[in-house]
Ligand binder design. Sequence first.
Ligand SMILES: [Zn+2]
Length: 321
Amino acid sequence: MLSLAFICLSCFLNLVGSISKHPSVLVVSFDAFRYDFLNKSATPNLYALSQIGVRADYIRNIFPTKTFPNHFSIGTGVYAEDHGVLANHVFYNNRSHGYSYDLFHYNDDVVPIWTLNEKAGQGRHSGSMMWPGGEFAYQGVTPTHAVRYDQSFDWNKRVDVAISWFLNETAPANLVMLYFEEPDFIGHRHGVDDPLFRDEIRHCDRTAKYLQDQLEAHNLHDKVNVFLLSDHGMVSVAQDRIIDLNKFANFSRCDVVGTSPVMQISALASLDPFTKRCKFSWNVKETGNSKIKSANGENLHTKTVSLHLRVPNELNLQYFS
Ligand SMILES: [Zn+2]
């Protein structure tokens, strides 16, 4: 799926007088904010920003279309097959890995931009406000400023703290990554056509306005380059586009890790090879996240990923014809 709203404000302004002596950048992500959620009536503030800044028609997310892989691709500039964050939850080395240091350190040669900024020295400092993977050390270097993800943390306060990092007297940031988990969460629960989803889009819009106001209040609006973007889009899935695997197979005693568009199903490690083949069963809870998209794309993607020679062996991804 193509995404997203993508706006660059004041990219070419004179940065002389910035709190940091280096050009300053703020990257803001609204999770799953699809490119066409931005319009004049639903998001007047974002729309107004798009009129005074630069707006791309879309940016193309990577596959898998999940939050952690895409945010780490934004941070590193490489695909998941290189940075190794293949999903929000991944099964390898006989266990499931969720959000963790391990998940973001499959390939220690890949270093995100906020770490490269710190390593460049000469007064460069980075900040991560809940950006996926942002608070970890890479090659031994952590961002000067970092807050781990906390859903209860008020959005306007996230903005306040992020702006305070640019103004820090001893270690002013010249790069800050700022993350908001909506409208993804609401969208998964209610779909993109629900009134609650539209309310959340307005919430994002108000937050963008608050951010703009606070930048101006602190005289940073002409000193900080602001990128507003997202990690992927989102669409509602119709019932007739869902494949119920119970109709096709009888699985039992298996581990299921992840949600759409890619799930990992493996036999429990305790089962012997023969039993693995005989007792698979599918027992996915009927939650909003566990819907399996039908579609042409699913088989295509499965085949492509499974056959890819660079998929690590630890993932146990194999292609069965
Ligand atoms: Zn996401």
